[in-house]
Design a protein around this ligand. Structure first.
Ligand code: ATP
Length: 442
């Protein structure tokens, strides 16, 4: 992480507290005192997370003619991880304080040489620590039944390369995309949902002819940066950082991080790597299968090169929240507002009767019944209308629909926009269309 002064508009504690209070993200197992940086997504969090995943799938699969999807299992034959190099190379360097027994990743201590950052005690020699989670499959806990929780989804794609090729009759270049849980036994975790041991990934392996890989690597760097901008991330908070050759993984001939300016400084959001033909060659060697593409035009058997954009869902959720957070003053009062892109906002439309009047409530519920099948909605009639607008602003709801006494006469309602706070009167008969016009498809 760089030393640069953070410019974030909100600190992590304020965001985490909003997330808990409003039902985005809860500390896991909280009634038992929590559990080591694990988090649960609440009613609004699960909507936001699903929207983030949908936005990625839309851009990476639905809108493209060259990428297909996959959903591979988390537990795989352990030989997969031997072939990929994870059983030997998926390690972090661990040091421990001999006095307070705190453990640290050696690379994170570079900026603090000498003793333990917690108590200044002496540190042990560095040792390699494999960060794959081990488990046992079946009732006997012996070496023969060892399996691993996948630390990346990519290998599920490589081992299905032949299946997808045969089933879809694809030609190079083409990609396979996947979303799903990953597990890494990280030495240190923290910064809210930035680094956890269980998290979700969105990965795509793009198979191309050797010699075209650098072009595709450059293409995917730009394409992925554009995706964040398309969904509203502010330009000044995001950047690409190319790795020096000595920083790259053993299989990579080019790596770039998409970095975000978190409250703790610039750090990784997504990694884009040219993985060469390493993975397919290793799986071909270990499995004895020919993992190649046959080019009918030239009669050549080609082992494709692979370019991989790999993003973390949870880090995306985090940066979309950080980036959207704004505080402003309206008529002498603080207004907290999440300026989330409407496509990502957990609730699209809130339905609010002006008061709990016995005629307004049923009228508002009828409007809610009308909208519920068409939009993700919420109904709220508790407290003053001003407070209810603020509550919706704080969770990023782009539109509120207010039912008032005039509605009973003119069958019209008021639409109130989150960002401009502008209000327009619309007949209920045109409401669906009026809302759609204000919720742009991306
Ligand atoms: P870091 O250097 O931060 O540990 P990494 O280089 O190991 O990350 P990759 O292997 O490139 O990460 O993983 C791709 C993406 O998966 C990361 O950019 C990040 O968004 C996400 N990710 C990786 N590890 C974690 C984690 N422990 N918790 C949450 N997200 C993670």
């Amino acid at each position: 992480m760089s030393e640069e002064t953070p410019k974030a508009t909100v600190d992590m504690d304020t965001l985490a507290s909003l997330c808990k209070r409003r039902g985005f993200i809860f500390p896991s197992s909280e009634i038992y005192g929590g559990f080591e940086s694990t988090w649960d997504y609440g009613p609004l969090g699960v909507e936001l997370k699903q929207n983030v995943k949908r936005a990625w799938w839309k851009a990476m699969v639905q809108e493209r003619d060259d990428i297909v999807g996959l959903d591979a299992s988390i537990l795989m034959n352990p030989r997969v991880w031997e072939a990929s190099g994870h059983t030997t190379h998926f390690t972090d360097t661990l040091v421990e304080c001999q006095r307070c027994h705190h453990r640290f990743r050696a690379d994170e201590l570079k900026s603090a040489p000498g003793g333990c950052p917690e108590c200044e005690g002496p540190l042990t020699e560095a040792r390699q620590f494999n960060t794959m989670f081990k488990t046992f499959v079946g009732p006997v806990e012996d070496e023969a039944s060892v399996a691993y929780l996948r630390p990346e989804t990519a290998q599920g794609i490589f081992v299905n390369f032949e299946n997808v090729l045969t089933a879809t009759r694809r030609k190079l270049p083409f990609g396979i995309a996947q979303q799903g849980k990953e597990f890494r036994n990280e030495i240190t975790t923290g910064n809210f949902i930035f680094r956890t041991r269980e998290f979700e990934a969105m990965e795509m392996e793009f198979f191309c002819k050797p010699g075209t890989d650098d072009e595709w690597y450059q293409y995917w760097r730009q394409e992925r940066l554009n995706w964040y901008l398309r969904f509203g991330v502010r330009k000044e908070n995001i950047r690409l950082r190319e790795y020096a050759p000595e920083e790259r993984a053993h299989y990579s001939s080019g790596t770039t991080d998409v970095e975000y300016l978190y409250p703790m400084g610039w750090a990784e959001l997504e990694g884009i790597a040219n993985r060469t033909d390493y993975d397919l060659r290793r799986h071909a060697e270990m499995s004895g299968r020919r993992l190649e593409f046959f080019d009918e035009e030239t009669g050549e058997h080609i082992v494709p090169y692979v370019v991989e954009p790999a993003a973390g869902v949870d880090r995306c959720v985090l940066i979309f929240l950080l980036d959207a957070y704004h505080e402003e003053e309206v008529r002498g009062e603080k207004r907290v507002i999440l300026r989330l892109h409407p496509y990502l906002a957990p609730i699209k439309v809130a339905v609010l009767p002006l008061s709990r009047n016995e005629q307004l409530v049923p009228a508002a519920r009828r409007v809610w019944d009308l909208l519920r099948p068409r939009f993700m909605t919420q109904y709220d009639d508790a407290q003053s209308i001003g407070r209810r607008y603020r509550r919706q602003d704080e969770v990023g709801t782009p539109l509120c629909v207010t039912v008032d006494f005039d509605t009973l006469e003119d069958q019209a309602v008021t639409i109130r926009e989150r960002d401009s706070m502008e209000q327009v009167r619309v007949p209920i008969a045109n409401l669906e269309q009026a809302l759609r016009e204000r919720l742009p498809e991306v």
